[in-house]
Structure formats: C-alpha cells, structure tokens
Design a binder for this molecule. Structure first.
Ligand code: MN
Length: 280
C-alpha cells in the first residue's frame, strides 16, 4: 500500500512525524506538507502562484517534501507527482476538528482533496494539549489506522478526532448544532480595536455526534460526503416552487456538451491582468 502523509501544521510539525512513523508498518510512506503552518486555511488552493515541491529532511523516517502552498495544494500536487497513492493521511493535527470545524480545517481539506482526486482520505486530529507527549494516543492511532486501512470497504473520506484519554473507538455523525466560532474584540498595542476569530467550547451538542463522542472519551470516526446538497430542502423546493417545470416535462434533457462546458469555464476564470500603461 502506498501512503501519502500531509497536514496543515507544516512539514516541521511533531504530529506529522508521529503519523508518518505510525503509518510505516502499513506500507510505503511519502510525506508532502506545506512548508509552513496553514491551519484554518480550509480548502483554499493557490490558483495565482506557481507551486514548487522541494525535498526536505526525512519526517518520521520517511522521505519528505515541502510545498509552498496550502494543504489542498500539497495533496493535489503530490497526487500528480506520485500516481500510485492508495490513501492520503492528514495529521496528526494539533487541535480537534469537530463538527463545523470541518469547513475551515486545512487538515480535513487535505483529506478531502484526496477524495476529490479519487483517492481515499483520512483526517486525524488530536487535542492541542497533547503535543509533545502523544504516548497515550499512539496505540489508538494504530487502532484507527488498522481499522481504516485494512478494510477494503472503509469509507472514502473519514474525519477522525481523538480525546485526551480514549476508552474506545466509535462511528459518529458530524455535529451541526452549536456553532462554536466567536468574534472576540480586543485592543492592539496602540489602543485601537481589533478582533479575534476564535473557537469557543459549546455544550449540549447532539447526541452520538463527533463532539459528544470525544467529550465522552471516545475516538470519533465520521465518514464525510462530498455531496453537500440539502436533499430535504431540494425536494421541498422542487415541490413548492417548481421553477424548472418546462425542463422537467421534457422527455430527454439536454446533455452537457464540450462546447457549453468550455463557455462556462471561460466565465469562471479571471481574465489575465494587463499592465497599466501610463499616459503621457
Ligand atoms: Mn492545524
């Protein structure tokens, strides 16, 4: 099995080395990670700067490379350069990625990028407080890796979160209740108003979801879908406001053609920036 290890904490993160080391018994491991920390960068890609992949010092005894981009950039580039990757592991992130955090997490985005490229992805996050002393969690990371890597029918994309002292592993759903993002006002050194976008703990979240499981001491494994369509809302909207009745009534729907696809693509990309010519 060929494994790619990435993260959003950067190529020098201790959690990256731990994951690479623990993944080695499962196959051939290559590490490709952002050259610096890119936490909370979500699924950003660098569409306007060229990417480079440079050899770096070995990480966890595995060959390692650093990329001047985001976690998603690193994974996409690595999957282009190494075509035979079976699974991408992202982590061990210093800090949990529960519920809504999956939207802004670079750790989850790296795993999701793998799935977008048709490769399985697993995001692994540990409490920020365990950095430097992960001895208690190591056996549980091994349990998760063997559970997910050795099962042929394992989900394509899984978000795994570890409590400080696990007592077992549990399949969970992503908690959607209780958004934990908060704007915290403060002052800079000159007394001017500034704001921090912080994650504050929320209590009373939905039963059986990832946050609940970690609170109760379980390692949480949440399969994540790429299709974010709200099926219930879509069904209701089609029923109550059937805007596409004309097309729905047609026996055969128009098929997307290469010509039409190219036209939409043209509308998606920004035109090249032209140099400003000074007028004399
Ligand atoms: Mn991070």
């Amino acid at each position: 099995m060929r494994l790619l290890i990435c993260n959003d904490d950067g190529v020098h993160s201790p959690g990256l080395a731990t994951l690479a080391e623990l993944a080695r018994p499962f196959g051939d491991v290559t590490v490709v990670a952002p050259e610096g920390e890119r936490s909370s960068s979500g699924h950003a890609i660098s569409s306007s700067i060229p990417l480079r992949c440079r050899a770096s010092k070995a990480v966890g005894g595995c060959p390692a490379y650093r990329v001047n981009g985001t976690p998603a950039d690193a994974v996409a580039l690595a999957l282009h350069l190494w075509r035979d990757i079976d699974v991408v592991l992202s982590g061990l992130n210093a800090g949990l990625n529960l519920g809504p955090a999956a939207w802004h997490s670079g750790t989850v985005a790296a795993a999701r990028q793998a799935t977008l490229n048709g490769v399985r992805g697993i995001a692994l996050s540990v409490p920020a407080t365990v950095e430097g002393d992960d001895t208690r969690l190591r056996p549980w990371v091994q349990v998760v890796l063997s559970t997910l890597l050795e099962a042929p029918d394992a989900p394509a994309l899984v978000n795994v979160n570890f409590p400080r002292e696990p007592r077992g592993v549990m399949w969970t759903r992503a908690s959607a209740e209780g958004y934990d993002g908060r704007i915290i006002p403060g002052r800079d050194a000159d007394g001017r108003e500034i704001y921090w976008f912080r994650i504050e703990p929320v209590a009373g979240v939905d039963d059986q979801a990832d946050r609940w499981a970690v609170e109760q001491g379980w390692v949480s494994m949440t399969p994540i879908a790429l299709d974010v369509t709200d099926e219930e809302a879509l069904a209701t909207a089609r029923l109550t406001r059937p805007l596409d009745t004309v097309r729905a009534a047609q026996v055969s729907r128009p098929v997307s053609s290469g010509e039409e696809a190219a036209r939409v693509r043209e509308d998606e990309i920004q035109p090249p920036v032209h140099p400003v010519v000074p007028t004399s």
